[in-house]
Design a protein around this ligand. Structure first.
Ligand SMILES: [Zn+2]
Length: 93
């Protein structure tokens, strides 16, 4: 889910340079490093949204701002996509 779906989305919407877009999408998974600041590091029963600094509403607001700037738009899409998949995980709990 976290790796294949971004690739499909990159291919559908950015066919010209979908490999580059896919890599950017994968790199946005790095915001999960903020999970390392939490204890325990992995807890499947915990929703990451608003529980980690890079998954807070404040951070999401910044990602939306990045969406407006053309140069950072693809990164912003990847970050917001990451937030959406994490939010979907929360729904399963
Ligand atoms: Zn996350």
């Amino acid at each position: 889910m976290h790796f294949l779906l971004p690739g499909v989305i990159a291919y559908l919407f950015f066919r010209k340079n979908w490999k580059k877009v896919w890599i950017i999408f994968i790199l946005t998974m790095l915001i999960d490093v903020d999970h390392l600041l939490a204890t325990p590091i992995f807890d499947s029963n915990r929703c990451s949204i608003n529980n980690h600094p890079l998954h807070s509403y404040y951070a999401i607001f910044i990602y939306v701002l990045l969406l407006i700037i053309p140069k950072t738009r693809i990164i912003a899409i990847g970050l917001l996509f990451h937030i959406v998949t994490d939010a979907l995980d929360c729904l399963w709990i």
